[in-house]
Write a protein that binds this ligand. Structure first.
Ligand SMILES: *Cc1c(COP(=O)(O)O)cnc(C)c1O
Length: 398
């Protein structure tokens, strides 16, 4: 079958909840993918940062295959010999005392919400059913009905109500707005240290630091959603490190599965995650041995290949090169690490289509922003290769 035949099948039989670029990928290796016509592309999206370690990393693959031949699923009704090792590794790498494993990012966000509420009632003594969680404008935390209920994006919410109550919205980056929203019933402030889906929005200097201080002062949990920003994407292990803070809870996902398998987790200390008692929360697949083996390998690769440091250094290089491109339609180049928003004053989609023809895969976010977020294993030479093509496309498109 060729590209058009695959697309026709997909359009006919699949729900149309995405608008993908018309490239049908058959193979991936490192930063490169190959389509069904045999054409190669450099992947500058990396599955929204789920592929920080690159496509089909051999070490993660080995862990995946080895575990797949032994045992893949036990359920948490029984214990398995891989999950404790993942717990220990998460503790050693992040310093948090405990983790609670889930599968998708949205599930981990839901888990953090439940933990924060339960902590609010049982530790902070908020009156029954009165707990509030504060979220930011332009947030993205996933697609469940509770989560889209506190989105400020009309398209994510429209016709999906009624929604879960108990959430308040404050302006992202505005500390006064947060201060005004905190009440004695506030259990948590849930925030992305850098907003990815909103277009790689880096908040003003010191915002998170101030937010952490306010939360502490008011006995409110600071919950950072690091599902996209975490595990090296921002040039640090966690983006909150730029503000020298330590959130009460951290949510991770995406690259934790090394591109092989959905793995997510909530990280926190005993005084918070300890609120869950047996039977109060769970997941059939969460913490399964295949997921744990893959996550251990994914984290090992992250550390052994110094991907966090690479992201920091190569991100700066990439951004410097992009800023050197002069064109009337470029409004801004922003980001941290290998997580770059290329902001135009026109629609970004035609640029993505033109870049695809040049062998670069990327995706627009919010009409006029192109996100460049390649796997962290990208080389300097490959960044040069990408930048030459971006420059060509930017100059030739009008
Ligand atoms: C992707 C993402 C999620 C949701 O993760 P899924 O695995 O798609 O459910 C949540 N928060 C942030 C910041 C994300 O980027």
């Amino acid at each position: 079958m060729n590209t058009n035949e695959y697309i026709a099948l997909e359009e006919q039989y699949g729900a149309h909840n995405y608008h993908p670029l018309d490239v049908v990928i058959e193979k991936g290796e490192g930063v490169w993918v190959t389509d069904v016509e045999g054409k190669r592309y450099l992947d500058c999206l990396a599955a929204y940062s789920a592929l920080n370690q690159g496509h089909c990393h051999p070490k993660i693959m080995e862990a995946f295959l080895t575990q797949a031949k032994k045992v893949t699923l036990t359920s948490r009704a029984f214990r398995n010999d891989k999950l404790p090792l993942l717990y220990k590794m998460l503790h050693d790498i992040t310093g948090y005392e405990m983790a609670l494993p889930m599968n998708s990012g949205a599930e981990a966000v839901e888990t953090a919400i439940k933990a924060a509420r339960k902590w609010g009632y049982t530790v902070k003594h908020i009156p029954e059913d009165k707990a509030e969680i504060i979220c930011a404008t332009d947030n993205f935390h996933g697609r469940t009905t509770t989560i889209v209920g506190f989105s400020t994006e009309e398209q994510y919410r429209k016709d999906f109500g009624p929604f879960t109550p108990g959430f308040r919205i404050v302006t992202y980056g505005d500390i006064e707005s947060l201060k005004a929203a905190i009440t004695p019933n506030t259990a948590a402030f849930l925030v992305e240290p850098i907003q990815g889906e909103a277009g790689i929005i880096v908040p003003p200097e010191g915002y998170l630091r101030e937010a952490a201080r306010l939360c502490k002062e008011n006995n409110v949990l600071l919950v950072c959603d690091e599902i996209q920003s975490g595990l090296g994407r921002s040039g640090k292990l966690f983006a909150f490190e730029y503000d020298n803070i330590r959130p009460d809870m951290v949510i991770i996902g995406k690259a934790l599965g090394g591109g092989f398998y959905p793995v997510s987790a909530v990280l926190s200390n005993r005084d918070i995650l300890g609120v869950f008692k047996p039977g109060e929360h769970g997941s059939t697949f969460g913490g399964n041995p295949l997921a744990a083996a893959v996550a251990i390998a994914a984290l090992t690769v992250l550390v052994d290949e110094h991907l966090v440091e690479r992201s920091f250094e190569l991100g700066n290089y990439f951004m410097t090169r992009l800023r050197a491109i002069k064109d009337a339609h470029i409004r801004e180049v922003r980001g941290r690490g290998l997580w770059i928003g290329f902001v135009l004053d026109v629609k970004a989609r035609p640029y993505c289509v033109a870049l695809m023809k040049e062998g670069i895969l990327c995706k627009e976010t919010h009409e006029n922003v192109i996100r460049f977020a390649p796997p962290l294993v990208i080389t300097k030479g490959e960044i040069d290769w990408v930048c030459e093509r971006i420059e060509q496309v930017v100059h030739s498109i009008h």
